[in-house]
Design a binder for this molecule. Structure first.
Ligand code: ZN
Length: 427
C-alpha cells in the first residue's frame, strides 16, 4: 500500500533529491507494470529488465488514448475485488472507455488535490463550494471534494446548479473558496454583484477546464475578468481522468506544481521527441504510485510547455504551463497554425456577447471556421465583432448570430463541461 502523507516536504527539497525519488518511484512503477498490467507486460517485453534513469524515460514507448480505448481491459492491473471506482470516458473507438481506480488510487487522488489546494494557500479553515458535477462519471468533481476534505476543509457539493442556488449558499454560508469552470464562475460573479451579495470573503477561485494564461503567461481576458472581482485569488488546476495527477498553481500563480511523488512530466514534439523547458508541445505524464490502471508516458493530447526555473514559493518541482489547446483542436488556416483560444479570447473581451461556439470543417489542407455567437445586447455590426477578430487573428471567419437559448443548448447541452469547439473536419 502506498503512503500519501500530506505533510511530506519533498516538493521543497533540492531538485536533485526530487529527481532521485521520482527515479526510484518510476522504477517501482515499471516493475509493477511488468508484473500486473497485461498491456505493459507485452509492450515492454522487448526491453531489458533493468533499472533506468529518468533521462532514459524516452526509451520507453508512449501510450496514447487510443491504446487505452483499443486495449481497455489489458490496462487493468488488479483483480475485480480491488476495484473501488469505475468511470467511463468517451472513446476514440466509438465505445466508452473504462477507467478504474482502487481504494489506494482514490486516496492518491485526495492527496494530489489536497497538495494542490494547499499550495494555493487553502487550509482546514476553508469551505469550498464545488460548482462542477460529481456524478456522470466525472472523477475531477470527486477529486476536488476529496482533496478539500483531506486538507481538513469543508465542501458544499452544489454541482451544476442554478446561479440562484449558488448565490443563496454563498449569501448564507461562510464560503471561502469556489471550484469551477472559469466562464461559469465569471457569470456567477456578475450575478452575485448584481444581487449585492458580499464576495469579499471568497479568497480562492480554483479554475478547471479553461486556461487562465496565454503562451506568454499574460492573463486571458476571462482570467482578467475574474481577477477584477477577486484580485490575487484566481488559481488554475489541471489533471486528467487517466493520470489523476494534478498540477495546481501556487501563490505565485505562474504554472502548476504537482505533488512530485505522483508524476513525471514530459513535453514532446510531433515526432515524439522530448522538448526542453519553454518549448510548446504535447503534455506527456507518467503517473507514479498508480495501482488500478498504471500508465507509462501517457500522451494527454493537451498542448503546453514546462517551466523549470525555481519558484519563489520554495517548491522545486517543474511546473506545467497553461493548456494552450488540445492537439486535436489545432487549426490550420492558409498555412498558419491557430488555436480556438485565439478567437475565444477576443470574444471574451466583447461585453455584449452572451455565448459562442466554433465549428471547424474542411479538408486536410485548410480549415474552414464558423463562429456562432449569441448577444445580450448589440449585434455583430455594432460591436465590431468581425473587425476585432480580424485584427487579432488576421484570419477571416464565417460569423453567424444565434439565439441565447440555442447557444446555451449547444455549449452546455450534452456534456459535463462547456463545449465550444465542434470538429467536422474530414481528416
Ligand atoms: Zn510555486
Amino acid at each position: 500500500m502506498h503512503s500519501f502523507d500530506l505533510n511530506t516536504t519533498l516538493a521543497f527539497q533540492p531538485a536533485e533529491t526530487i529527481r532521485k525519488e521520482q527515479e526510484r518511484l518510476l522504477n517501482e512503477q515499471i516493475r509493477y507494470c511488468r508484473k500486473h498490467s497485461p498491456f505493459y507486460r507485452e509492450a515492454l517485453a522487448h526491453l531489458p529488465e533493468k533499472e533506468i534513469r529518468i533521462e532514459e524515460l524516452p526509451t520507453l514507448p508512449l501510450t496514447t488514448k487510443h491504446d487505452v480505448h483499443e486495449h481497455n481491459e489489458h490496462f487493468i492491473a488488479v483483480e475485480q475485488k480491488e476495484i473501488a471506482d469505475i468511470v467511463f470516458t468517451s472513446g476514440t473507438t466509438g465505445r466508452p472507455c473504462k477507467i478504474i481506480y482502487t481504494l489506494s488510487d482514490l486516496q492518491r487522488i485526495a492527496y494530489s488535490d489536497a497538495t494542490g489546494f494547499r499550495s494555493t494557500g487553502m487550509t482546514s479553515e476553508d469551505t469550498a463550494l464545488i460548482t462542477c458535477t460529481l456524478d456522470r462519471c466525472f472523477i475531477a468533481g470527486l477529486a476536488y471534494s476529496m482533496g478539500t476534505v483531506k486538507l481538513g476543509g469543508a465542501i458544499i457539493r452544489n454541482g451544476l446548479n442554478t446561479l440562484d442556488s449558488h448565490a443563496d449558499i454563498i449569501k448564507n454560508n461562510n464560503v471561502t473558496a469556489i471550484v469551477g469552470v472559469p466562464s461559469f464562475v465569471a457569470k456567477l460573479a456578475d450575478f452575485l454583484t448584481a444581487k449585492h451579495i458580499d464576495i469579499t470573503r471568497i479568497k480562492h477561485i480554483l479554475c478547471i477546464g479553461e486556461s487562465l494564461h496565454n503562451r506568454d503567461m499574460s492573463r486571458t481576458p476571462l482570467a482578467q475578468k475574474l481577477e477584477n472581482y477577486w484580485p490575487g485569488c484566481i488559481y488554475s488546476t489541471y489533471a486528467s481522468s487517466e493520470v489523476t495527477t494534478s498540477y495546481t498553481e501556487c501563490e505565485q500563480r505562474f504554472g502548476g506544481h504537482p505533488a512530485p511523488d505522483l508524476g513525471i512530466l514530459e513535453i514532446i514534439d510531433d515526432h515524439g521527441n522530448p522538448l526542453p523547458p519553454g518549448e510548446v508541445g504535447e503534455v506527456v505524464i507518467t503517473p507514479l504510485k498508480l495501482e488500478g490502471m498504471p500508465l507509462l508516458r501517457f500522451r494527454t493530447g493537451d498542448i503546453s510547455f514546462m517551466i523549470d526555473e525555481p519558484c519563489s514559493c520554495g517548491r522545486n518541482t517543474v511546473r506545467l504551463g497553461p493548456i494552450l489547446t488540445r492537439k486535436a483542436q489545432m487549426l490550420k488556416v492558409k498555412g498558419t497554425t491557430l488555436y480556438p483560444a485565439n478567437f475565444f479570447n477576443v470574444l471574451d473581451q466583447i461585453d455584449g456577447i452572451d455565448n459562442y461556439y466554433m465549428e471547424v470543417s474542411g479538408d486536410s489542407l485548410s480549415d474552414v471556421i464558423d463562429l456562432y455567437i449569441s448577444f445580450n445586447y448589440g449585434d455583430m455590426e455594432s460591436l465590431e465583432v468581425k473587425q476585432k477578430l480580424l485584427t487579432n487573428t488576421r484570419v477571416n471567419v464565417n460569423l453567424h448570430t444565434v439565439s441565447c437559448e440555442a447557444a446555451h443548448r449547444k455549449v452546455f447541452g450534452s456534456t459535463r463541461k462547456p463545449l465550444r469547439f465542434f470538429d467536422l473536419r474530414n481528416i
